[in-house]
Ligand binder design. Structure first.
Ligand SMILES: O=C(CO)[C@H](O)[C@H](O)COP(=O)(O)O
Length: 223
């Protein structure tokens, strides 16, 4: 994957034309496609299941599909999303009883495993499983809806996660999700993120290439 990866969240896409929307952001330079799976139980919203992942593969999308599970329980859906062609599957530690087992389930299924932390959750759940994690996703909004404002305390948590990753020497991606825009992505990258989920900042714009180029320009100019 790129040193900096841009992951458009389909939450802000036009679901009536999802295949075309995803093709368009990939042609515009997106690296991976972020799928927000919400169950109206762990979060107060309801979105998509594995059949959408399968449909995107059938449509011809070969780019990495990055599935963010905002559901509880997570176990059965992990298998369903593995079968549907997900490349990354991330879940919230507080939505899962047997965290180590779920991480293994994802990895044995051939996908990369991620743990997700809400704005007010500490990173303690990483203590005994860091070596089994391929991706740490920090939420910079409370999960459930797109179009919210970036919560600034996520910057300190990014720095903390970046330290953990660098000290471990493990090739873990550090993803940020929520309120990422052209006017804050540079600061977010400086705090340690390398993978940027953006919904409204990409799918909410008319010109996807201009939106992605604008984010990249900020990343390249960050120092
Ligand atoms: O996980 C999410 C919400 O739970 C979304 O991915 C996230 O909020 C992205 O949307 P936006 O870039 O519009 O903030």
């Amino acid at each position: 994957m790129q040193p900096y990866a841009i992951a458009p969240s389909i939450l802000a896409a036009d679901f009536a034309r999802l295949g075309e929307e995803v093709s368009r952001v990939l042609e515009a330079g997106a690296d991976i496609i972020h799928l927000d799976v919400m169950d109206n139980h762990y979060v107060p919203n309801l979105t998509i299941g594995p059949m959408v992942c399968t449909a995107l593969r059938r449509f011809g999308i070969s780019a990495p599909l990055d599935v963010h599970l905002m559901v509880t329980p997570v176990e059965r859906l992990i298998d369903d999303f593995l079968a549907a062609g997900a490349n990354y599957i991330s879940f919230h530690p507080d939505a899962c009883v047997h965290l180590d087992r779920c991480l293994q389930q994802i990895k044995e299924g051939g996908a990369k495993a991620g743990l997700v932390f809400n704005p007010a959750s500490s990173l303690d759940a990483l203590d005994y499983v860091l070596d089994k994690v391929d991706l740490i996703l920090l939420m910079s909004v409370n999960p459930g809806f797109g179009g919210q404002r970036f919560i600034p305390s996520a910057l300190d948590k990014l720095r903390q996660a970046r330290r953990l990753i660098d000290e471990s020497g493990l090739p873990i991606r550090l993803q940020i999700d929520g309120g990422v825009k052209q006017d804050n992505i540079r600061q977010i990258a400086r705090a340690g993120a390398d993978t940027f989920v953006a919904g409204t900042a990409i799918f909410g714009q008319k010109d996807y290439r201009a939106a992605i180029d604008g984010l990249r320009r900020e990343l390249e100019a960050r120092d």
